[in-house]
Design a protein around this ligand. Structure first.
Ligand code: DLZ
Length: 510
């Protein structure tokens, strides 16, 4: 019996279970560029271009393997995936539509109506490209008071036998080398320039189409430099292994003026759309350490992100949705300032992080968490608006990964499910981690008055505002006690300065 297999724009892999189980002689495949997916948030143009180009290349690769592929382009004006299916089913009737489960709750909800609307039977397969199944995560989470990533990560290392000694203990005697991986950036190394990727005719055509169809979305397509096939993505990863991995760990938390990429992998966008496979990357990085091409701290730092963090956030998302998306435990409702869409702010660190996010669709984790996210947390920006911004702006953002990272980790809006304390920090942290402050008009060593770094007063204003909740938290009690010990007049002056600074920052641009 012939089936119609729907492949979504973030499932572009032969390991996609809907493809792996298909028969090219019998089954047909559909890939569709549709308005609903391309417009449910104002996606960065880099993200749309990457996905459309990778979809078109993958469609061609499927044809090379003998599949009959139906490909719908954005310009054909098909509004939704359901409408795309309806169109193909009309000319090529099938009784079964098969799809690998989507990465977003919203789309899974929509799919629940397809059987009835399309008169087909819908087979939804579990996404086996992830390393922890839903059941594995649920079993791990069951009965735990707190879902701490660290313990999940250790279980994953043991399960997959990654970075272990022959007796099953962690390589080098420790599970975590985070302490070694927090060095601030002071220009200690030359940063290798990234490869300029050759654009195929398919990519060039997509870039022109995206520029025309999405004139108001963020993203400077003149700087488009993402890999659009599995082979190119692999070449990017090989470059990382050779030129960046050795310095990745130590400087992964560095805030760097001169480079958006620093020594980072630049691979999350490929992993999240299926061009790279997570376990393969972990094995290659482990091998690089065993061959003495990088330190254990660098290898462990990388593997923790993929085998630990990535799987963990997905587990949290599917365990707790849809209620998770409603979290706003710090009652944050301030509107998103215009500069989130223009990068026009005179806070240097924020300006650099926002600008590269908008222009390239990329910022590394400390920029996302401790510069932009920290600002949003301290400023009490509306949780849903911030989450939507992250989902739109980053090339690698799909809700399963974006929502826990933003709502839970950066904004602490889930009441501490993910993070045992808010990731709030003053300007001192940003100064310690990088070299932005030297070119900033604000000084991180001043608390109040003209020229004081706004992160400082905003930090203490945040502590003051949430004093009751934070003083119950053992990891925050020292800080809240220190705040209480200060003279009332000092506290009032700092909070008043924070209020004033915030008001100015939130003012709409004229
Ligand atoms: C993000 C995205 C975009 C921009 N466009 C499409 C599209 O036109 N067709 C498609 O199948 N997928 C697209 N995607 C990815 C989907 O939004 C993604 O599969 C869901 O959000 C589930 O993760």
């Amino acid at each position: 019996m012939s089936r119609l297999i729907l492949v979504l724009g973030d499932q572009l892999s032969f390991a996609n279970p809907a493809i792996a189980s298909a028969d090219p002689a019998e089954d047909q495949v559909l890939l569709a560029e549709v308005a609903e997916e391309a417009q449910y948030v104002p996606h960065n143009r880099h993200k749309i271009a990457l996905i459309f180009s990778a979809m078109r290349h993958f469609g061609n690769a499927l044809r090379d393997r003998g599949f009959q592929v139906h490909y719908i382009r954005f310009a054909e004006g098909v509004p939704s995936l359901q409408a795309a299916l309806a169109r193909v089913l009309e000319s090529h009737p099938c009784t079964v539509v098969r799809v690998c489960e989507p990465g977003e709750y919203r789309l899974r909800e929509a799919m629940a109506g397809w059987e009835k609307a399309l008169s087909v039977s819908l087979e939804m397969l579990e996404d086996t490209r992830f390393l922890a199944s839903h059941k594995t995560f649920r079993d791990w989470a069951a009965g735990r008071k707190q879902l701490r990533m660290e313990y999940f990560y250790r279980a994953m290392r043991q399960h997959y036998g990654v970075l272990l000694e022959p007796d099953g203990q962690p390589a080098g005697g420790r599970w975590n080398y985070d302490q070694e991986n927090r060095v601030g950036w002071r220009g200690q190394r030359d940063i290798p320039p990234r490869r300029a990727l050759k654009q195929s005719a398919v990519t060039r055509e997509v870039l022109a189409e995206v520029a025309r169809a999405f004139p108001d979305n963020p993203g400077d397509l003149a700087q488009f430099n993402y890999a659009c096939t599995a082979a190119e993505a692999r070449a990017e990863f090989d470059w990382f292994l050779e030129y960046a991995l050795a310095d990745f760990g130590r400087y992964q938390d560095g805030l760097v003026e001169e480079s958006p990429w620093v020594f980072h992998g630049k691979i999350s966008m490929y992993l999240n759309i299926g061009l790279l496979e997570p376990l393969e990357l972990c094995s290659d990085v482990e091998q690089a350490w065993r061959d003495e091409r990088c330190s254990l701290a660098a290898a462990e730092g990388f593997i923790r992100q993929i085998l630990g963090w990535r799987e963990y956030v997905r587990g949290v998302y599917w365990l707790l949705m849809p209620e998770y998306a409603e979290g706003n435990s710090l009652d944050a409702h301030n509107p998103l300032p215009d500069f989130f869409w223009t990068a026009q702010t005179d806070l240097r660190c924020l300006q650099r992080a926002l600008r590269q996010s908008l222009e390239l669709g990329y910022a590394h984790h400390i920029q996302r968490l401790m510069v932009i996210g920290n600002f949003a947390l301290l400023a009490g920006l509306d949780v849903k608006a911030v989450c939507e911004w992250y989902l739109a702006v980053y090339v690698d953002a799909f809700e399963w990964v974006e929502l826990p990272n933003t709502l839970g980790m950066a904004l602490h809006a889930d009441g501490g499910v993910m993070a045992s304390k808010p990731y709030a920090a003053s300007g001192k942290y940003i100064q310690r981690q990088g070299d932005h402050c030297k070119d900033c008009r604000y000084s991180p060593s001043r608390m109040t008055g003209e020229g004081a770094c706004p992160y400082n007063a905003l930090y203490w204003r945040f502590i003051d505002r949430h004093m009751d909740a934070l003083s119950q938290n053992p990891r925050m009690s020292l800080i809240t006690a220190n705040w209480r010990k200060r003279k009332a007049s000092e506290r009032e002056a700092i909070v008043a300065w924070g209020d004033q600074a915030l008001q100015q920052l939130l003012e709409p641009a004229t």
